[in-house]
Every structure is written in structure tokens, then in C-alpha cells.
Design a protein around this ligand. Sequence first.
Ligand SMILES: Nc1ncnc2c1ncn2[C@@H]1O[C@H](COP(=O)(O)OP(=O)(O)OP(=O)(O)O)[C@@H](O)[C@H]1O
Ligand SMILES: C[C@H](N)[C@H](N)CCCCCC(=O)O
Ligand SMILES: [Mg+2]
Length: 225
Amino acid sequence: MQGMFISSTGTEIGKTLVTASLVAQLRQQGQQVTAIKPVISGVTDQTMAGSDTAILADALGLPQIAESWDKISPFRYRAPLAPTMAAAAEGKTLDYDAFLAFCRSALAADGFTLVEGVGGSFVPLVGDKLVADWIADMGLASILVAGSYLGTISHTLATLEAMQARGLSVAGLVVSESLGGEDSPDFEETVLALAGLTGLKTVALPRLTKQPLWASAPDLTSLLV
Ligand SMILES: Nc1ncnc2c1ncn2[C@@H]1O[C@H](COP(=O)(O)OP(=O)(O)OP(=O)(O)O)[C@@H](O)[C@H]1O
Ligand SMILES: C[C@H](N)[C@H](N)CCCCCC(=O)O
Ligand SMILES: [Mg+2]
């Protein structure tokens, strides 16, 4: 059972791009790889195109059909909210035992399993269960994905400190270049500052433009060792 959790300092930062890029790079290295994003919000079966699930299916070379999406993201909610709120909007709650059983079965598969979180590391899943509790229950180390926007330094240090205070292992940091205006901080300077302040093995993921983005990312697999 080899796996890595992909978490972040918040939502829309770059977890899916990092996860899909790692899938592609591990496949290129001849490795067997599975990727799951077990819980996703903001989707319906009619709006899966372009969703995290669809992007991971694409990187895995799976067809865009419900069978593939169920393998990657069996717990899906319509409202683009934290799972607690998105599930409640449908009169549901996430069945955490079933959720964990699904994740563990994916981890038991041969090869390397990448698990994408939802939003940042302290998003509530059900009741008082947070993504951080999920990571602990999975017994996985994490790659932390941070943005490069003004404010990311505090968000990253706070997320890292809170994860480590819970005994969660953070194997590395990816700084994914955020969209920004002319007053955005310098990307390279931000990467250097975050690497120095966190002490983590750090990879810079510059702003990519060529689709599919996950096919043109720099090597991220150095963070898996
Ligand atoms: N370095 C980058 N280059 C180009 N686009 C990027 C980069 N980083 C993030 N993006 C884009 O920003 C958007 C958000 O990224 P992504 O979907 O990976 O975030 P996320 O952390 O997975 O969000 P969520 O919490 O919803 O799962 C996507 O459209 C993604 O392609
Ligand atoms: C819909 C969005 N893209 C994510 N899937 C859910 C993010 C929940 C964030 C909750 C929060 O931290 O306030
Ligand atoms: Mg995502």
C-alpha cells in the first residue's frame, strides 16, 4: 500500500492539477497508479465535464462515463460548498464509515494511490470530522499545495503548523502559481520564501497554459520519495 494525500491551504489552489500531473508522471515512469477524489461538491452527473473527477479520469486514461466517475468520486454533492453543508443541502450526511472503507479499498490496490482532498486541510466532512481527521485515519503523508497570491505565506504556515500539531506528516510543498494582477508578489520570491519558512522539499509549479495542463507540469514525483 503506497499512497500520498494531496491537500491544500484552501480551495481552487491547485490540488487537482498536482494530482493529475502526478498521475501522468507516474504512468510515464511505468508505475501503476490510482487516483481518487472520494468526495466532491459542486457537481451533478450532467456537469461532470471539466470537474476534478473528469480531469483525474482523463489523466488516468479512463473514459468519461459514470463507471469511471464512481471509481474516483463516489460521494458527490451538487452545492459548491464544504461537504457538511453540501450534503445537508440535499438532506444527507456523509457516511464516514463507508467513505473511509472506499478510501482504504482504493489504497489496497496495487501500485501507487493518490488521494485528493477537498478544499483545505481543515474543511469539515461530516459532524466534527475534518479533512485533517480523514488524513490521520488514512495514515498517509501529505503533499501540501499552496498558491502564490498575496496572503499565501500566512495561509501556508498556518495550515502546515496545524497539520503538524496533529502529528500529520507533510512530505513536501508545491507552490502553484496563482492568477494575479500586476500587484501580485513575485512568484520565484514567494517560492523561495515558502521553502525557507516551511523547511519542506518544495517544487514550483509555474502558471501553465497548454491543455491538458497536467501533461506539461514540471516533475513532481521527487516529492513522493
Ligand atoms: N499552476 C497553474 N497553472 C495553470 N492553472 C492553474 C495552476 N494552478 C491552478 N490552476 C487552475 O486553477 C483552478 C483551480 O485549480 P484546482 O482545480 O487544481 O484547485 P483545487 O485545489 O483542486 O480545488 P478544489 O478545492 O475545488 O478541489 C483550475 O482551473 C486549475 O487549472
Ligand atoms: C466547491 C469547491 N471547489 C470545493 N470542492 C469545496 C470547498 C469547500 C471550502 C470550505 C471552506 O474552507 O470554507
Ligand atoms: Mg480539486
